[in-house]
Design a protein. Sequence first.
Length: 136
Amino acid sequence: MEIILNKKNSKFGFLLTDRENHLNIKASDFLEEGNKGFRPMQLLLGGIASCLSIDFLNILYKKRLQIEQWEVVVKGVREEELPKAFTEIQIAFNIKGTINQSVAEKALKLSKEKYCSVIHSLHPQIAISTSINIDK
């Protein structure tokens, strides 16, 4: 796996690429006009949401369940002092489809505890909580 980060025409604006895709990154503490993009800590939360979702959905699809809507809301609580690391991450799955709560909880548990490499790459002291809301 390889990614490339290039500085853009601003002091703290970057372009992240893997040669096929690109994503703008910015530094929130040094915002400049026109500097659009995600902050690094937002990208980390997005990585958690997408990694969990891929594994979670894969398990549900293997069970031939129909998912009509999928939304993941991730909130991170950070330390006040530098390096302002995450101390807590809350992940809420809002799902609409033909799925029951117990099946969803088992699939999420497998994703979180066994498959999601992003979660397993985080510091173990970060408290990670999950919830599932199913709308049928």
